[in-house]
Design a protein around this ligand. Structure first.
Ligand code: PLP
Length: 426
């Protein structure tokens, strides 16, 4: 073996996996078991006391899921990761380690519609208060900081308009405020953007989207960058204070630069319970092996379609950061030089009715609420994902009544353009 560090595509295929030691199986087996036999009573006690690492019960960890965790941690450049049942579960588990009732976190206003709902309504019942800031106005994050602020949450490429967030500028605000920066990297995937390289302390994903990539399995993951010091000022007691459920150990003191991932597993996943099925972990691992190939094709197709739409008489505007004249093109060149992702919006001169009509006439694009599938997808956010918001909030979050969102797949670009052409001229 040479002492070269493996590149991204090599990691996507190999990180975390080795031939199965008992059978020689080359693909990672699906360990479809709830529980694992202890060697003896001492071994059992040490596993339960967190003195040794090992398998106990699939709600807390599973060998198939462990390969997925190691692989995504490697691709993102983190110290450790924890896989959970969905992207939304990842968000709950992360914030549960950071916030006490009455605490606040700052979130970018441009987010996945489901995250806006989760933060506004579900989290309120836990006593976690979201304070919104504008990702295009870095000072709005600074102004939102209070003594109760415990985290900042942004998307690297933001739903639904595909805008690019200035991660480094917001990480500077987080550092000054003494709170971790959490980046939802779902729409970029680590192939396009690695937020930890730009100052993120925690990365979350909906594995359901580009990482799994085939529209067949839900999953979520949390990656610990290992960069944040949880011990200062008693702000993060879950990490810095003795844990009664584990004989009084302090997680940061014991686990150092992967303490956050451990907290998410042994306090979050263990007690809240959103475990990922090993079958889904297997499907997602298989998807990740082709991530670099798929992601490049997704981006190349998206750019070609954005260019086609920009020149179409029925189209009022196209919001794709990969276009040279786009507002976010400078940020795209800096953060995502290989491509600006495959999810973006455009607006129709015909307004709301034209948006509804277009989605019904497209044949190759599927009308559904998902992104990051091999197949091309389309949705009209104002009548679906963002329909709960009032008109002003819709427009602010990039989902005005005339806006259509595409998630461009990996089909032939000529076929996708032909489908859009027939639907727009119908
Ligand atoms: C889909 C999505 C989520 C939620 O993930 P689920 O797996 O559906 O729970 C969160 N953030 C973004 C950006 C998403 O696209």
């Amino acid at each position: 073996m040479s002492d070269r560090l493996p590149g991204f595509s090599t990691l996507a295929v190999h990180a975390g996996a080795q031939p199965d030691p008992t059978t020689g199986a080359r693909a990672t087996p699906i360990y479809q078991t709830t529980s694992f036999v202890f060697n003896d009573a001492d071994h059992a006690a040490s596993l339960f006391g967190l003195q040794a690492f090992g398998n106990i019960y699939t709600r807390i960890g599973n060998p198939t899921n462990a390969v997925l965790e190691e692989r995504v941690a490697a691709l993102e450049g983190g110290t450790a990761a924890l896989a959970v049942s969905s992207g939304h579960a990842a968000q709950v588990v992360v914030l549960q380690q950071l916030l006490q009732p009455g605490d606040e976190f700052i979130a970018a206003r441009k987010l996945y519609g489901g995250s806006i709902n989760q933060f506004t309504h579900a989290f309120k019942s836990f006593g976690w208060n979201v304070v919104w800031a504008d990702p295009d106005d870095i000072a709005s994050f600074e102004r939102a900081v209070t003594p109760r602020t415990k985290a900042i949450f942004i998307e690297s490429i933001a739903n639904p308009g595909g805008s690019i967030t200035d991660i480094e500028a917001i990480s500077t605000v987080a550092r000054k405020a003494g709170v971790p920066l959490i980046v939802d990297n779902t729409l970029a995937s680590p192939y396009l953007i690695r937020p930890i390289d730009h100052g993120a302390d925690i990365v979350v994903h909906s594995l359901t989207k580009f990482l799994g990539g085939h529209g067949n399995s839900l999953g979520g993951i949390i990656v610990d960058a290992g960069t944040f010091d949880w011990s200062t000022g008693g702000k993060y007691p879950m990490l810095s204070e003795p844990r009664p459920e584990y004989h009084g150990i302090r997680l940061q003191e014991t686990f150092g630069n992967f303490a956050f991932a451990i907290a998410c597993r042994v306090l979050g996943l263990r007690d809240l319970g959103p475990a990922l099925s090993p079958f889904n972990a297997f499907m997602i691992l298989t998807g990740i092996e082709t991530l670099p190939l798929r992601m490049q094709k997704h981006c190349d197709n998206a750019k070609a379609i954005a260019e086609f739409l920009s020149g179409h008489p029925a189209v009022a505007s196209v919001s794709y950061a990969g276009l040279a004249n786009d507002k976010y093109n400078q940020l795209a060149r800096k953060y995502a030089p290989k491509g600006a992702g495959a999810v973006f919006t455009f607006s129709l001169k015909g307004g709301y009715d034209a948006g509804v009509s277009l989605v019904s006439k497209l044949q190759l694009f599927s009308h559904l609420a998902n992104v990051g599938d091999t197949r091309s997808l389309v949705i009209h956010p104002a009548s679906t994902t963002h329909s709960q918001l009032d008109d002003a909030a819709k427009t602010k979050s990039g989902a005005g009544p005339d806006v259509v969102r595409l998630s461009v797949g990996i089909e032939d670009e000529e076929d996708l353009i032909a489908d859009l052409e027939q639907a727009l001229s119908a």
